[in-house]
Design a protein around this ligand. Structure first.
Ligand code: GAR
Length: 225
């Protein structure tokens, strides 16, 4: 299909574990028309995640799948996959989803499972990454949206946003600065998926040209502090 041809709204599922501010950015992106898509399901592994409440306020179907009720990651992932398939989701967005997924799950959803990570991968994978960035003394950090592969925080990079790391930064001030850019970056990337403009070639991502002239990074080094 030509990228200019109108297509049905992309069906999106969002997986969360916590506050859900990235979920909110995606909800808002769909509401404003930036994302020609619809969130068909929000899944949380954490029954107390505030993001669940955000989804309910917008009449988005929610499911709690509490990982503590499962004997193994594989059993949890099987129920998660069945739930996602029943929703008809075409793109699955991890948005602060703090569970490692099995390689079977990553393979099953290859090319339609993406994650947002609060650092400039491949630097600082894993947890507590804002602390890692401050301790390493880097002058820039940011956010990365990438495809999910079996190795944690390692799939092909789709887009990145850059922020400064300032001398007086704490984990919280840096995390907040990065999060503000995440809220710009994630809806933009999901928009590209909804427009069918994302391709992977030789392990690298190419964005087919559109109104952003192929720009796939938000460089914001002197941005808000
Ligand atoms: C975001 O900073 C996201 O990048 C990070 O958790 C935060 C969730 O915030 N994700 C990870 O660290 C994944 N390993 P939110 O719940 O307000 O969207």
């Amino acid at each position: 299909m030509n990228i200019d041809t109108p297509r049905p709204p992309l069906k999106i599922a969002v997986l969360i574990s916590g506050g859900g501010s990235n979920l909110q950015a995606l909800i808002d992106g769909c509401a404003t028309g930036l994302i020609p898509g619809r969130i068909v399901l929000v899944v949380s592994n954490n029954p107390d995640a505030f993001g669940v409440e955000r989804a309910r306020r917008h009449q988005i179907p929610t499911r709690i799948i509490d990982h503590r009720l499962f004997d193994s990651r594989a059993a949890f992932d099987q129920v998660l996959a069945r739930t996602l398939d029943e929703s008809g989701a075409e793109l699955i967005c991890l948005a602060g989803f703090m569970r490692v997924l099995t390689s079977d799950f990553a393979h099953y959803y290859a090319k339609r499972l993406i994650n947002i990570h609060p650092a400039l991968l491949p630097a600082f994978p894993g947890l507590h990454v804002q602390r890692q960035a401050i301790d390493a003394g880097v002058r820039f950090s940011g956010a990365t949206v990438h495809f999910v592969v079996p190795e944690v925080d390692a799939g092909p990079i789709i887009a990145q946003a850059v922020v400064p790391v300032l001398a007086h930064d704490t984990h919280d001030t840096l995390a907040a600065r990065i999060l503000r850019q995440e809220h710009r970056l994630y809806p933009l990337v999901v928009r590209w998926f909804a427009q069918d403009r994302v391709r992977v070639e030789d392990g690298r991502v190419r964005i087919l040209d559109g109104e952003e002239n192929g720009q796939h990074a938000l460089i914001n080094p002197m941005g808000e502090v």
